[in-house]
Design a protein around this ligand. Structure first.
Ligand code: FEO
Length: 395
C-alpha cells in the first residue's frame, strides 16, 4: 500500500503499513497490525531519511522515495538498530550510495554486526550534536535503553518535531496520519509500553525529564500514528513510568479440575468486597499483551497455580517468567492454588521472579478442593492486601 504524507513542508512520512502482522518478535500479539514509519526531510542543502522499514516491506519505502523523485539522500539516520527499523538500510545505501549512515557509536557497532554495513559508511554523533540540512536542523538526543542500549531520538528544531523511533509508539495499522481515536491509541501504546519499555522505566523517567527542555509540537514515532497533541502520550508515559501503582490486583491463574478456579472465584469476590480492583486472567485463553498491560499499574500480583506433577502448571510458570522479565512496579506478590498429593509449586514460582522487588504476602496452598478453612484463609489474604494498599495510599 502506497501512502505518502507530507506532515510539514518538505517533511514526509514514507514508511509502510503492515495490516497483516499478528505477532512481533514471535512472541507479542498485534491485534491491530503495525506500521514501520520512516521520515524523509528535505532541507535546502541536504536530504535525510530517518529510520527505514522491516525488510519484507522495503519496496514500499523504495517506491515512496521514487514517487517523490528523490535522487539523492545525504544522510540516513538510524535511531535504533532493531531490524524492523534498520533492516532496510542496506537497500537504501545500495540505491543511494553517497548517503552516510548517522547514528550513535553504540548503534554503529550493532549495525555492523547485524547488517554487515562497512565502517566507512558511518558518521557517529554525540548527545546533543547538531546536523544542518540547510534551512532545517537536526539535533540528536541520546536516549539509551528505549528499549535497546544504543537508542537515540532525533529532533527537527525548526518544525519542533521529535522522532523517537520506538519510544511512544503503538502497534496500529491505520491510514490516518495523526491520532484520531485517543482511546484506541492509548490502549495500543500502553500494550506496547508494557511489552518492551516497562523493564526500562527508570531510564525512560530520565529521558522524559530531558525532553522537558525541548518544545515539541509533533511526536512522530516509528510505529503507529503521529501525535499532533504530544501531551497526550507524554502524560500517559509519565503515569506509566511513575513509581506509584494503583489499588489493583492482577491475578493470572489456571485451573485444571476446578479447585484453583474455585479459590480464584472466592478470592476475587473477597478482594472486590474490600474495594480492591481485580484483573483476572485465565492463562489458558489470555492474550499476554492484555496481561502485560494490567501489570503496568498493579500494586499486587497474585498467581493462581495448580500443581502439575510436582511443579506449577507450565502456563503459570510462563506468566511468572513474563512478569519477571517485564519488571512491573508491583510491590506485593502472593501465590494461591491447590495440589493433589504434594509438590513444590510455591518454591519453584518464587525462584522464577527474582527481578520483582516485592514483599511476599504469604500464600494459600491447599490440598484438593477448597473447604471453609481455605476460604477463610483467602479472606484473610484479601484483607491483608486491601490493608497494605490502603497503608501505601494506592488508589
Ligand atoms: Fe520497533 Fe525495537 O523496534
Amino acid at each position: 500500500m502506497n501512502i505518502i504524507r507530507e506532515i510539514r513542508p518538505e517533511v514526509y512520512s514514507v514508511g509502510a503499513i503492515d495490516w497483516n502482522r499478528r505477532l512481533f518478535d514471535e512472541l507479542i500479539p498485534l491485534p491491530d497490525g503495525t506500521s514501520y514509519n520512516s521520515y524523509l526531510i528535505k532541507g535546502s542543502e541536504k536530504t535525510a531519511l530517518i529510520d527505514t522499514v522491516d525488510p519484507p516491506m522495503k519496496n514500499v519505502l523504495l517506491n515512496h522515495l521514487e514517487q517523490l523523485g528523490i535522487e539523492h539522500i545525504d544522510y540516513v539516520i538510524a535511531n535504533h538498530a532493531e531490524q524492523d527499523h534498520s533492516g532496510s538500510i542496506p537497500y537504501i545505501l545500495e540505491k543511494y550510495p553517497h548517503a552516510s549512515l548517522v547514528t550513535t557509536p553504540k548503534c554503529k557497532g550493532i549495525l555492523m554486526d547485524l547488517l554487515s554495513i562497512p565502517e566507512g559508511k558511518f558518521i557517529t554523533v554525540s548527545d546533543g550534536e547538531i546536523l544542518s540540512l540547510g534551512d532545517k536542523t537536526l539535533e540528536f538526543i541520546h536516549a539509551p535503553w528505549v528499549h535497546w542500549p544504543e537508542t537515540m531520538l532525533t529532533y527537527l528544531k525548526e518544525e519542533r518535531i521529535l522522532f523517537p523511533c520506538d519510544l511512544f509508539g503503538s502497534h496500529i495499522a491505520t491510514t490516518d496520519s495523526y491520532v484520531t481515536d485517543e482511546g484506541q491509541v492509548y490502549e495500543a501504546a500502553k500494550r506496547y509500553y508494557a511489552e518492551i519499555m516497562m523493564p526500562f522505566r527508570s531510564n525512560i523517567q530520565k529521558h522524559l525529564e530531558k525532553l522537558k527542555n525541548y518544545q515539541i509540537d509533533i511526536i512522530a514515532p516509528s510505529h503507529g500514528p503521529i501525535y499532533d497533541k504530544p501531551e497526550f502520550i507524554l502524560n500517559a508515559y509519565r503515569e506509566w513510568v511513575s513509581g506509584m501503582p494503583t489499588n489493583t490486583v492482577v491475578l493470572p491463574y489456571i485451573s485444571m479440575h476446578g479447585s484453583t478456579g474455585k479459590m480464584v472465584e472466592h478470592f476475587v469476590e473477597a478482594l472486590a468486597a474490600r474495594g480492591v480492583t481485580v484483573k483476572q486472567f485465565n492463562l489458558s485463553v489470555t492474550d499476554i499483551g492484555k496481561l502485560a498491560m494490567a501489570l503496568v499499574d498493579a500494586a499486587t500480583i497474585v498467581i493462581g497455580a495448580p500443581t502439575v506433577h510436582i511443579g506449577p502448571h507450565p502456563n503459570v510458570a510462563y506468566a511468572a517468567l513474563l512478569a519477571n522479565a517485564l519488571r512491573p512496579k508491583a510491590r506485593f506478590v502472593s501465590i494461591i492454588g491447590s495440589y493433589g498429593w504434594g509438590g513444590k509449586a510455591v518454591e519453584q514460582l518464587q525462584a522464577m521472579i527474582p527481578n520483582l522487588k516485592v514483599e511476599v504476602l504469604g500464600t494459600v496452598i491447599i490440598k484438593g478442593y477448597p473447604q471453609e478453612t481455605d476460604f477463610a484463609a483467602l479472606d484473610n489474604l484479601a484483607g491483608t492486601i486491601a490493608e497494605k494498599h490502603k497503608e501505601h495510599g494506592f488508589v
